[in-house]
Ligand binder design. Structure first.
Ligand SMILES: [Zn+2]
Length: 440
């Protein structure tokens, strides 16, 4: 009883201190971009209390304790979301990209520790460029992604919020050709699972270690996952409210994954028109991960544009995903990620839809409360000078970034101070994103 009273008292004091230190900010937005409506309204004020948007309007009363941020000469829109990142994979140079060589070697040679350190820099770069949420979908050695997320959530390093997959689940061999004396070289990068029972076991293990999305590789081997295999994965993940992202290139693999009820098709290079229509019907997202022209042959880039035109015309829901694992001299990971805009502009997709792919569509796919500037959603916002509804490349000049109400970039300068109260964050799956399915 005494112990109970002590607990109650500390909860009371904790809530008091939270109330006392409520962080209140007012943003004066010269132009507020409503991505859902595809329009901008002028001279809006946005009230943010403890990381959440609580009021929006032309003439808000500014609370006495509020910090006022003047963005009256800027366009303000929701923070960007990349639905397909690999922050803990940076390919080693020297091998031919077309045979996946460099990324195979990277998995073989680099340690989890070094890859987690690389993830720290890549995550910071994405935040600095305007990405406030990412979904990291595997290639993390042995759960480096989960430790990067833990460090960000615990305040040790700056970075976007992260949905993470843990290890990639694939049929025997992963994405590569093994040789029979060393069949396990794909491990731990890939978790081999060849039937519904093995898939369920792999998913439970990933969830145990902290995965908040499940990523399966449907078709990098001659044996592809069947509808039955994938449906078992969707069922097992769904038991704790997680979604399944399916890496699929071929028409058959894409079709199997859509029929089985995955949340998204990753890559999805060759969908039939019939499957694109089915994706519209079932609300399955296409996360195209289209290489920009600088990374493709002209013919390959044309095929990407053609697929994007078909998907847009079919009404298939689309969310932005980059899949950047490469580097280029003088470019940050964040800058490389925004190079992909041309895959959509050159396909003739309207600017307002492109903005939705980078914000509310991706938030819907991730299942997170952000992606729009609306009362009740997380205060994830970016700002830049030009109108993105007229020219989406305006996104490449983000000078202001707020994530969960905290400012990380202002007047073009990244803001980060070493925290003064470092504690060791718990290693635990964030329950807040796990909403168990009810009914079965
Ligand atoms: Zn990928």
């Amino acid at each position: 009883m005494k112990r109970f009273a002590t607990v109650c008292l500390s909860i009371f004091l904790l809530s008091m201190s939270l109330t006392a230190s409520a962080q209140t900010t007012v943003i004066k937005a010269g132009h507020l971009v409503d991505v859902e409506a595809g329009m901008a309204t002028s001279n809006q004020m946005i009230l943010v209390v403890d990381g959440v948007i609580t009021e929006i309007g032309k003439n808000l009363k500014i609370p006495a304790e509020a910090e006022v941020i003047d963005l009256s000469d800027s366009y303000v829109m929701p923070g960007l979301i990349d639905s397909h990142t690999h922050v803990t994979m940076t390919e080693m140079p020297g091998a031919d990209i077309n045979d996946f060589g460099s990324y195979y070697y990277t998995g073989l040679i680099e340690t989890t520790a070094f890859r987690a350190i690389q993830g720290v820099t890549q995550a910071r770069s994405l935040l600095e460029t305007g990405f406030t949420y990412i979904r990291d979908v595997g290639n993390n050695a042995l759960y480096a992604d989960i430790e990067v997320r833990r460090a960000i959530d615990g305040g040790w390093i700056p970075g976007p919020n992260m949905i993470v997959s843990g290890r990639l689940i694939s049929p025997f061999g992963g994405q590569f050709q093994m040789q029979p004396e060393k069949p396990g070289l794909g491990n731990p990068e890939y978790f081999y699972a060849d039937n519904p029972t093995e898939l369920r076991k792999a998913i439970r293990e990933n969830i145990h270690y902290g995965a908040t999305v499940i990523k399966i590789i449907v078709d990098n081997q001659p044996y592809i996952y069947s509808v039955e295999d994938i449906a078992a994965a969707v069922d097992e993940a769904g038991r704790v409210g997680l979604k399944v992202a399916a890496h699929a290139y071929s028409p058959e693999a894409i079709h199997n994954a859509v029929l089985a009820g995955v949340a998204s098709i990753e890559h999805g290079n060759n969908p039939t028109d019939e499957t694109l229509a089915l994706m519209k019907e079932k609300g399955t997202y296409l996360v195209g991960t289209d290489f920009p022209a600088s990374r493709s042959s002209q013919a390959a880039f044309e095929r990407i544009l053609e697929r994007n035109r078909r998907a847009y015309a079919a009404g298939t829901p689309m969310a932005f995903g980059s899949d950047v694992v490469y580097s280029r001299p003088d470019w940050t990971r964040g800058e490389l990620t925004l190079e992909f805009l041309e895959s959509f502009t050159e396909a003739g997709i309207p600017n307002d839809y492109i903005l939705r792919m980078f914000t509310m569509n991706a938030a819907d796919l991730l299942g997170v409360d952000t992606g729009q500037i609306k009362v009740g959603l997380a205060a994830d916002m970016i700002a830049f000078e030009d109108n993105p509804l007229q020219d989406v490349t305006a996104l490449r000049a983000v000078h202001f970034v707020m994530k969960d109400g905290t400012v990380y970039k202002q007047d073009g300068q990244f803001k980060w101070e070493t925290p003064r109260n470092m504690n060791n964050p718990r290693r635990k799956t964030k329950r807040s994103v796990l909403k168990p399915r009810t009914g079965n």
